[in-house]
Design a protein around this ligand. Structure first.
Ligand SMILES: Nc1ncnc2c1ncn2[C@@H]1O[C@H](COP(=O)(O)OP(=O)(O)O)[C@@H](O)[C@H]1O
Ligand SMILES: [Mg+2]
Length: 378
């Protein structure tokens, strides 16, 4: 419920009548005046149900700063147990005066006040509002931890994208300046070489933007919504054929072993293509000439399992949990040199999730890596 909603409920004129007996019923708080009546019972039950089922913390304080109500969410967010809290001074129960001061100030100024509370591993937002004259204050506690975490992920992402776009642009600019102002344009020995470099950087920018668009469409959930029964033998074969030339160019043995019977999974053809292309492309990129890449399709229990195993550089154990993150690369320079964007595996991860499949990787530095994707057989 929004803060406004809570305040509407809690600061309603019935509040005094509802909150005080609530405490009394729990045997902790003695109300100044016991109020009865079926109407109030109903109101109290309604409030109690709402309070116990909400994710927002609600604490009511009397005019002395004693806790007359604290719902489960507040206990959880502030890490206090109900036995030690009800009827006690909030400052004592929490071992800190911060929230009491906020409540006092709200009562003194008659206004709604807000503060952010940073605890280890947690960020909370607390709103304090005065109750009707002389009845204390109410505190609303919201967990902002996840919101703040996502904000920081987004900030990092924007910073990363800007950096990735800027690097090739800076090079392009430098080459252009040399050509135009440094007189290299008429220098037959250098001009083609510089233009070729520019072309490579433009290509890089365009790949990066294609990957970014692809990632954002997949994340938005509207990229691939075809639900076709696809023959994975065929799709893996097609991907193998697309990447054959780059394996050959690098003098790598790219081999394929398909299942004898047709194996199907439900999904979008283009999504399957992107998964297999990315995994085989990585295997080729991160394997030295002379090495090999083996692609296997087989049935395993009720699943279709596709393995892409290489004899390449491998991935250090400490990097393994992070390689599916956007822009994460074990060796940035090497990835860039090979035309990588650092987005391939995060695209793969999102697609695998969208297809309800699973992916895992085993790797040993210097020996090679095996990426395994398992799809439900259809
Ligand atoms: N088969 C592999 N062998 C070794 N390292 C790999 C392999 N596949 C992925 N990686 C590591 O994971 C990183 C992220 O992969 P990816 O998202 O596809 O980005 P990139 O554009 O760099 O290929 C790569 O930069 C590389 O460090
Ligand atoms: Mg890649």
């Amino acid at each position: 419920m929004a803060i406004g909603g809570w305040l509407g409920l809690l600061a309603a004129s019935a509040l005094g009548a509802v909150l005080l007996p609530w405490g009394a019923r729990n045997g902790v708080f003695s109300p100044a005046a016991a109020m009865g009546g079926a109407e109030q019972d109903r109101e109290r039950d309604r409030l109690e149900t709402v309070l116990s089922s909400t994710l927002e913390g609600v604490i009511a304080l009397d005019e002395e700063g004693r806790v007359s109500l604290m719902n489960q969410a507040a206990q959880r967010l502030l890490s206090v147990s109900p036995e030690v809290t009800l009827g006690r001074l909030l400052g004592e129960a929490l071992g800190s005066q911060t929230l009491v001061d906020l409540a006092r100030q709200a009562v003194a100024t008659g206004s709604l006040l807000t503060m952010e509370l940073k605890e280890p591993g947690k960020v909370l937002e607390v709103h304090a509002a005065p109750l009707k004259a002389g009845q204390g204050a109410v505190l609303l506690v919201q967990d902002l931890t996840e919101v703040r975490r996502l904000e920081s992920v987004r900030r990092d992402f924007v910073a990363n994208v800007s950096h990735e776009l800027k690097t090739p642009l800076t090079s392009i600019r430098a080459y252009l300046e040399t050509l135009l102002e440094g007189g290299a344009l008429s220098d037959a020995e250098h001009n083609v070489r510089f233009l070729t470099k520019i072309e490579a950087h433009v290509h890089r920018l365009s790949t990066l933007i294609t990957d970014l668009l692809s990632l954002s469409r997949i994340e938005a959930g509207d990229a691939f919504n075809q639900r076709l029964r696809c023959n994975l033998n065929e799709l893996v074969m097609a991907s193998y054929q697309r990447l054959g030339p780059s394996a050959e160019q690098k003098n790598l043995a790219l081999r394929i072993q398909l299942a004898e019977e047709p194996l199907h999974a439900v999904g979008d053809t283009e999504a399957f293509n992107q998964i297999f292309d990315n995994l085989i492309d990585n295997a080729i990129k991160y394997t030295e000439p002379g090495g090999s890449v083996d692609v296997t399709v087989k049935r395993e229990e009720k699943r279709v399992r596709v393995d892409v195993a290489d004899t390449g550089v491998g991935i250090p154990a400490e990097d393994l949990p992070r390689i599916f993150e956007r822009f994460y690369r074990v060796d940035k320079a090497r990835s860039r040199e090979l035309g990588g964007t650092g987005l391939g595996l995060s695209i793969v991860k999102h697609l695998v999730q969208a297809l309800d499949a699973e992916i895992h990787v085993e790797s040993k530095v210097g020996a090679g890596s095996t990426f395994t994707v398992a799809f439900a057989e259809a």
